[in-house]
Design a protein around this ligand. Structure first.
Ligand SMILES: [Zn+2]
Length: 256
């Protein structure tokens, strides 16, 4: 029996295709085969997760629930370039190394609420159709969301991030909530487009807050935030108010 054509995949290809069940494209939703293929994909996805195999690179799958699991460094969570029709849940999950979702397309919500990530959260150029929930997440390394597109809100309220937070040119349809978040490095939002508020009330940023050329449709709320470096908003467009009451900024505040 032939193995799946996807590079690095060791699953058996289906008899009628070059791909395994996970790398196979979905038929159209009105195709009579859709339900059968979806159920087969779901079953295989659950089986793989249960067997501590979290390598889903390039797969076409329906939904992922890996909540309350512990994922060791050997079984890295890899969803690079995967397409997920439904939602993704990693709530309270401990991931020893990176959470790799570069270029992934998640059509509904992604929730990593209360998750612990030992390495980086990598979501460069990922697309999340719904909300991105990272409230209370602990990330040892950096959070990379460069050029990602999030249809709903993005919440990192109360998150602890050891390194930089990178949202350059990221599009967020709703609010970006970082209230009470602790960021060990810089917060980069240069050229980001935020459809709602940029909410950083009480956030602690050990480096700079960089929002040059960012477009914030709502308010920029940094009341009581502590920014050890500079707060730079040159050429940023803020539709609502810019509030920095009680904020402590170690460097300079550049609003124009
Ligand atoms: Zn495959």
């Amino acid at each position: 029996m032939a193995t799946c054509r996807y590079g690095g995949c060791s699953e058996t290809a289906r008899s009628d295709s070059a791909w395994c069940i996970l790398h196979l494209d979905f038929p159209k939703e009105d195709d009579p085969e859709f339900t059968r293929i979806r159920d087969e994909k779901q079953l295989k996805t659950k089986e793989k997760i249960k067997g501590d195999d979290l390598n889903f690179e390039g797969t076409n799958i329906y939904s992922v629930d890996a909540s309350d699991l512990s994922i060791s460094a050997q079984n890295n969570a890899i969803f690079k370039n995967a397409t997920i029709k439904g939602r993704v849940k990693f709530e309270r999950t401990k991931i020893e190394k990176d959470a790799s979702f570069e270029g992934a397309k998640i059509e509904k919500n992604a929730s990593f609420a209360g998750a612990e990530i030992g390495g980086k959260a990598r979501f460069e150029e990922a697309e999340i159709g719904g909300d991105a929930t990272f409230a209370g997440v602990e990330i040892e390394g950096e959070a990379w969301f460069k050029r990602a597109k999030i249809g709903g809100y993005a919440t990192f309220a109360g998150a602890q991030i050891g390194g930089d937070v990178r949202f350059e040119e990221t599009e967020i349809g709703g609010d970006a909530w970082f209230g009470g978040a602790e960021i060990g490095g810089d917060a980069w939002f240069g050229g980001a487009e935020i459809g709602g508020d940029a909410w950083f009330r009480g956030a602690q940023i050990a480096g700079d807050a960089r929002f040059e050329e960012a477009e914030i449709a709502g308010d920029a709320r940094f009341e009581e935030a502590e920014i050890a470096g500079d707060a730079r908003f040159e050429a940023a467009k803020i539709g609502g108010e810019a509030c920095f009451e009680g904020a402590e900024i170690g460097g300079t505040l550049n609003l124009v």
